[in-house]
Design a protein around this ligand. Sequence first.
Ligand code: PBG
Length: 309
Amino acid sequence: MSTPLRLGTRGSALALAQSQLVADSLTAATGRPVELVRIVTAGDRSGAPVAQLGVGVFVSALRDALTAKEIDFAVHSYKDLPTAPHPGLHIAAIPQREDPRDALIARDNQTLAELAPGATIGTGAVRRIAQLHALGLQLQVTPIRGNVDSRIARVLGPGADLDAVVLARAGVVRLGRAAEITETLDPMLMLPAPAQGALAVECRSDDADLVELLAALDHAPSRAAVTAERAMLATLEAGCSAPVAAHAELAEGEQGDEIYLRGAVISPDGARAVRLSRTGTPADAAEIGKALAADLLDNGADTLMGSTE
Ligand SMILES: NCc1[nH]cc(CCC(=O)O)c1CC(=O)O
């Protein structure tokens, strides 16, 4: 029996679910036992809302524990990672991605189109707020914070004070609450965040045996999609700070696999948006993302900040 690999994780329900999922699939694929090691961060101790501190504090705490060799690997929600690579660390696997779309949880089983004018809808992300405004449905968009369960409670809990919330479908599914989703939003209406629904499995770059072992979890189509979306985001960050959305799909074309990447930059009030797409081969995922970002900037993406109501 080999010594268990130490998988560092935050204590939130979503982090634990994601870590356990990766631990189980690694053991199933390689036979290696994995133990979860709780990393208590400054954020967990302060009790302040995550949205206020930024998820960055959690990512940093896990990365510090990796560098200090207190843990062997970590699992992150990919969309929460900064775009800059972290020195000494390596994303050894991107497992098969969960559905990347956003989801609506509404009172009385309503869909977005069924919500009455004036209905209150909660979400934390500027990207979602901007796209909800862009639909022109006269919804009252309310910024909310907190973990997935507490956001759902704002609609379905005892003291419910909202008609609906929008959140990542992947998080709801991983918490076993998919049955409460009343509509999965078409990316034509609500383009997801770059890398939404994907996990990043990270270890030290110099841990060659583990880099090789974790590669068993890598899912090439998910890696190609995430690479394209994140390359777009990274290139845009230099030129524009408006809400950014991206979604890559892989399909079999006549010449082999094709990647279809859509990107959008939206003004925070939803009044203006640049939406464009590009296609190419999965091997060129990063180049497709960079080229799409350049197209978006050429079409005025950098001018979309600051037009508030
Ligand atoms: N920003 C928080 C966060 N980070 C990852 C997820 C969900 C799961 C995922 O996208 O992988 C969520 C919650 C949400 O956006 O509703």
